[in-house]
Design a protein around this ligand. Structure first.
Ligand SMILES: O=C(O)CCC(=O)C(=O)O
Ligand SMILES: [Fe+2]
Length: 334
């Protein structure tokens, strides 16, 4: 497994050098991923009242017609955001149609933050408040429409995975190194799950948020599809507005960077692939060698309770079932 992953990561890097030798590269001297991690809080932090005025002064990164990739690095030379145009426009179109076929999606409210007019559905595998990762209830409820969508999205998830492997082999491997329990799939390429957003017609501007349940040591990856203009992605700490055209893929640490979409003209949909931090909590319970990197951080829950991450964790190895049903010990492989 580890060898195969290393090989895949190296292949992604070779492909990246071949396909994206020319990138529009920007380095920001006022922010770094290290600082963002230091400041990380699992609770949403209020932005200054002058935020709208500030945003008007942010740098706009247009998405060029030739799809030239854009990379934004922080002062520590770590990647903060990468935008790449999908090389599979037909699959992007199919994805947009498959999203329309999903059953009525609920309006999304997260941790008291109403994320605009989006309708959304969570697909794949995660483990909130449960001992073992499972397919999301929304996916089970959506049935065959969700299964079809995931099949249609597969080439896009593969593309996103290759992008991740090309720019951050460490995260690429961390996300895929360890198995999931029987019946739970790593559903979105390197990522365990995704959220499918459908903004409908002329979606309003979204609300600033961070996806605080995602690992602060990972990247999430979004693709925009549909028939629209605008709906750019504002990244607050980067003081940046990234244009996203249909088919644009953006890789960024969405638990660290406060972001929202601007108002859309037309029908904008998106799929965001992510791996929640709770997957690492699960792996750390099953495998004695896994340490959750954010162990020791103070977590403040919505009800005001505080807990130091990892303070009550027992490090006893537990059995893990392989997808084929055989019981395997710690370090089990697919
Ligand atoms: O659609 C996008 O560009 C981003 C969506 C997003 O931020 C989210 O679903 O959390
Ligand atoms: Fe988000």
């Amino acid at each position: 497994m580890a060898k195969a992953l290393n090989k895949r990561a190296k292949r992604c890097q070779r492909l990246k050098d071949k396909h994206c030798p020319i990138m529009d590269v920007h380095k920001l001297d006022y922010i770094s991923i290290g600082e963002l991690r230091q400041r990380f809080s699992p609770q949403h932090q209020p932005l200054p009242p002058t935020v709208d005025e500030e945003v008007r002064g942010f740098k706009f990164y247009a998405s060029p017609d030739d799809g030239k990739p854009l990379a934004i690095y922080g002062s520590d030379n770590h990647l903060l955001a990468l935008r790449v145009r999908s090389k599979k426009p037909k699959d992007v179109q199919k994805l947009a149609s498959a999203i329309d076929k999903l059953p009525a999606m609920k309006e999304f409210i997260s941790k008291g933050i109403h994320r605009g007019p989006y309708k959304s559905i969570h697909l794949g595998t995660w483990a909130p408040y449960m001992p073992e990762p499972k397919t999301t209830a929304e996916q089970r409820k959506a049935g065959s429409a969700a299964t079809e969508l995931m099949a249609i999205a597969k080439p896009i998830f593969d593309e996103m995975t290759a992008i991740l492997g090309g720019v951050d082999p460490g995260v690429f491997k961390e996300f895929q190194r360890r198995p999931l329990p029987e019946g739970a799939q790593r559903a979105c390429g390197a990522w365990a799950s995704c959220v499918v957003n459908n903004g409908g017609v002329d979606a309003d501007e979204g609300k600033f948020h961070r996806d605080v349940r995602e690992s602060p040591f990972g990247y999430s990856c979004a693709i925009a599809c549909g028939n629209f203009i605008d709906g750019h992605l504002i990244m607050y700490e980067l003081r940046a507005i990234l244009e996203m055209k249909p088919g644009d893929i953006i890789l960024f640490p969405d638990s660290l960077i406060t972001h929202k979409n601007t108002k859309v003209q037309g029908c904008r949909k998106s799929v965001v692939a992510f791996t929640q931090a709770n997957m690492f909590d699960y792996w750390s319970r099953v495998f004695p060698d896994v340490n959750v990197p954010w162990k020791g951080w103070l977590r403040i829950y919505a009800n005001g309770k505080k807990k130091t991450v990892g303070s009550s964790r027992k490090k006893e190895p537990r059995e893990c079932r392989s997808p084929k049903g055989k019981i395997k010990g710690p370090g089990a492989r697919y």
